[in-house]
Write a protein that binds this ligand. Structure first.
Ligand SMILES: Cc1cc2nc3c(=O)[nH]c(=O)nc-3n(C[C@H](O)[C@H](O)[C@H](O)COP(=O)(O)OP(=O)(O)OC[C@H]3O[C@@H](n4cnc5c(N)ncnc54)[C@H](O)[C@@H]3O)c2cc1C
Length: 458
């Protein structure tokens, strides 16, 4: 029996979902085909499953529109995950006016398919994937930090004359504590700071979005008392008028996720624990929180002062093409603004699609090694996924600008848009087309006015 070894750098959501799908697919194939082996080795830097808990404490949204729901259904885990959801009834966009939180729109009131999403704790999702991957036979290794790699060609010497008959291309991965592992393909699923990417494409650096998110998940005595009514049993963003916004998620069990987004011009990487050391940053964040009034300020301050408070630097980047037998998925390939609420969905979709494509291609040839056209399959995967993900990444850059606008024109346009949304929610018969047309007319009117003013001044 020929053994094909797939190495996966990173045992996060994308890496584990890939392992599950590939092994599931292979086990189905093996019941019909001649037996051959596929070994999946997942290399995770965190020291243990327990250590992942702190890394994955807050919730995320699995969405129908980005493909996350289809991906977990494909993994056979949709029902299990729905049963473990946080209980959020959908996302909300709100604004703060005169220190009062005012609802702009709630997804379930606007989109008929809003019920399709699942808001779930990251660790719960990750644990479900880990359990499934291990049950299917994945070799998941903790404390396995990838620090180096090289792609090599092995010659297979056969026959008495010792003539070289076959070449096997493989990837050698070096771990921090010394061991070297060899595989036929390496899937880089090691997140936004990907070491694999830094080794193979050192010129590619993520784009800093001039925004950081500071906050934590905090316990409250009573969620209903701690949150304005519009935010209870929901998750979503509240836009301020001084260039900040705050993301709130009711996590259930009297826990609330609070993330205050602050525009920043720091180009250097902000440390995760910066709030505990950088007094100026903490003071700036506490000052920004005052805008959110009595309804939210105490909660934001509590999160900022929590020992677990952390800083997330918002970054994004366009998809990275495969390099030989190394392919990138999830944040390692295309980090996306956290405001998109889409990165984990994209990682899941990548994982399922790549596993499906590789599963067919990896059926071993008779004798030595796996097919030589694997790099072509990896390239096809890139060509199929990159255009749509690059669009998502690009589109989400403007979300931050809209949420954090401070210019008079920007605020006018945002207020107008929000007013149209509110009107459409209160008057459900007003179709999206009418709302969009009204908005387009307003934008055109403003543009026309500006143009006439410019001409008059010229
Ligand atoms: C505040 C915030 C909110 C978000 N909300 C949402 C949301 O609602 N919906 C959504 O879809 N997405 C959301 N995202 C994005 C989402 O979290 C990521 O896009 C997703 O986790 C990417 O999955 P991944 O598997 O590619 O990478 P990761 O989840 O980052 O996993 C990478 C794994 O690789 C490991 N690793 C790193 N380096 C190495 C190494 N050298 N060797 C071995 N292992 C290594 C890490 O420990 C980690 O376990 C949010 C992100 C943030 C920051």
């Amino acid at each position: 029996m020929t053994m094909v070894t797939i190495l996966v750098a990173g045992g996060g959501i994308g890496g584990l979902a890939f392992a599950c799908t590939l092994l599931e697919e292979k086990s189905t194939q093996n019941t019909h085909q001649e037996a051959h082996g596929t070994r999946v080795v997942v290399l995770e830097r965190a020291s243990s499953a327990e250590a992942m808990k702190t890394q994955l404490s807050h919730s995320l949204s699995l969405r129908a529109d980005v493909g996350g729901i289809r991906a977990v259904a494909r993994l056979g885990q949709e029902e299990e995950l729905r049963a473990s959801a946080t209980g959020s009834q959908g996302f909300i966009v709100a604004e703060v006016v005169d220190r009062q939180v005012r609802k702009v729109l709630a997804s379930d009131e606007v989109f008929s398919n809003a019920g399709g999403g699942i808001r779930i704790n990251r660790f719960v999702l990750w644990q479900a994937l880990l359990k499934r991957a291990q049950a299917l036979g994945a070799d998941v290794r903790f404390g396995a930090e990838v620090t180096g790699l090289q792609q090599i060609d092995l010659k297979d010497h056969r026959g008495e004359s010792g003539v070289t008959s076959t070449t096997q291309h493989c990837v050698e991965v070096t771990l921090a504590d010394g061991p070297i592992l060899r595989g036929d393909v390496l899937v880089a699923a090691d997140g936004v700071g990907s070491v694999v990417r830094r080794i193979l494409v050192p010129t590619w650096t993520p784009n800093f979005l001039d925004t950081i998110i500071v906050g934590a998940t905090v316990d409250v005595d009573d969620t209903d008392a701690a949150l304005p009514s519009a935010l209870r049993r929901r998750h979503g963003s509240v836009c301020g008028r001084r260039g900040t916004s705050v993301f709130i998620a009711d996590e259930g069990n009297n826990r609330v996720l609070v993330g205050l987004a602050l525009p920043t011009s720091h180009t250097t990487r902000c440390r995760r624990d910066a709030l505990q050391h950088d007094k100026a940053l903490l003071a700036r964040a506490l000052d920004a929180a005052t805008e959110y009034g009595d309804e939210l300020q105490p909660l934001i301050a509590k999160a900022l002062l929590a020992p677990s408070a952390s800083v997330i630097t918002c970054r994004d980047g366009m998809c990275i093409p495969p390099q030989g037998r190394v392919v990138f998925i999830g944040d390692a390939s295309h980090p996306v603004s956290p405001f998109a609420g889409a990165g984990a969905n994209m990682a899941l979709v990548d994982a399922v699609q790549l596993a499906d494509m590789l599963s067919d291609a990896l059926t071993p040839h008779e004798g030595f090694g796996v097919p030589h056209d694997i790099p072509c399959v990896l390239l096809q995967f890139f060509e199929q996924t990159a255009p749509k993900w690059n669009k998502v990444v690009q589109r989400q850059r403007s979300t931050i600008q809209v949420l954090h606008t401070t210019s008079k024109t920007g605020l006018f346009l945002r207020d107008t848009t929000f007013a149209v949304f509110r009107f459409a929610v209160v008057h459900p018969r007003v179709s999206a087309v009418t709302a969009t047309t009204t908005l387009a007319a307003l934008v055109a009117g403003v543009a026309c006015g500006v143009w006439r003013l410019v001409r008059a001044l010229a």
